[in-house]
Ligand binder design. Structure first.
Ligand code: RBF
Length: 159
C-alpha cells in the first residue's frame, strides 16, 4: 500500500451532504480507529448528516452499500474494513471480489462508494495505517465529499 496521500483540500457547502458509513466488525479495533478518524474528518469539514451501519465482515459491505443506497439515497457511501493476509489466500478473494462488487454498485447507482478497506500483509501494517500518525480515515472522508460534490456539479439541472 502506498503511503502517499492526495493533496489537502478545503471544502465548502458541505452541511447539506448526507454520508453513510458502513464498517465491518472483523478486526474491530483497527476498523473502529478508521471509523473514528473518518467521522471526525467529515464533521471537521462541516457535515452533520452521517449514518453509521455495521456488518460482520468486509464481504458483506457491497450488499449493505447497495441496500443503503437504495433506501436512504446518501450523497456518498464510505465502506470500512480491514483484510489481513494471515495464513490463508482467502483474503485475496475477499479483497478483490468486494472491490469489484463495490465498483459495480457505485456505477450502477451513480453514487460515490469510497472503498476504505485496508488490505495488508500483517496486522501491524493495518495498525500503521489507522494510527494517530497515518490514518486513512481522513482520506476516505475527503474522497467521499469530493465525489459527492462532483456528482452534484455534473447532475445539476441547467437553467
Ligand atoms: N473479513 C474481513 O473483514 N477481514 C478479514 O481479514 C477476513 N478474513 C477472513 C478469512 C476467512 C478464512 C474467512 C472465512 C472469512 C474472513 N472474513 C474477513 C469474513 C468475511 O468478510 C465474511 O464476513 C464471512 O466470510 C461471511 O460472509
Amino acid at each position: 500500500m502506498s503511503l502517499n496521500s492526495p493533496t489537502e483540500r478545503i471544502f465548502d457547502q458541505t452541511t447539506e451532504l448526507k454520508v453513510a458509513i458502513i464498517a465491518a466488525r472483523y478486526n474491530t479495533e483497527i476498523v473502529d480507529s478508521l471509523l473514528d478518524n473518518t467521522v471526525q474528518a467529515l464533521k471537521s469539514a462541516g457535515l452533520e448528516n452521517i449514518k453509521i451501519e455495521r456488518v460482520p465482515g468486509s464481504a458483506e459491505l457491497p450488499m449493505a452499500a447497495a441496500l443503503i443506497q437504495k433506501n436512504c439515497s446518501p450523497d456518498a457511501v464510505i465502506v470500512l474494513g480491514v483484510v489481513i493476509a494471515g495464513d490463508t489466500e482467502h483474503h485475496n478473494v475477499i479483497a478483490s471480489t468486494t472491490a469489484n462488487a463495490l465498483t459495480q454498485v457505485s456505477i450502477n447507482s451513480d453514487t460515490p462508494i469510497i472503498n476504505g478497506i485496508l488490505v495488508t500483509n500483517t496486522k501491524q501494517e493495518a495498525q500503521d495505517r489507522s494510527s494517530k500518525v497515518i490514518n486513512r480515515g481522513e482520506e476516505f472522508a475527503h474522497a467521499a465529499i469530493e465525489m459527492a460534490q462532483l456528482k452534484q456539479k455534473w447532475t445539476q439541472k441547467k437553467a
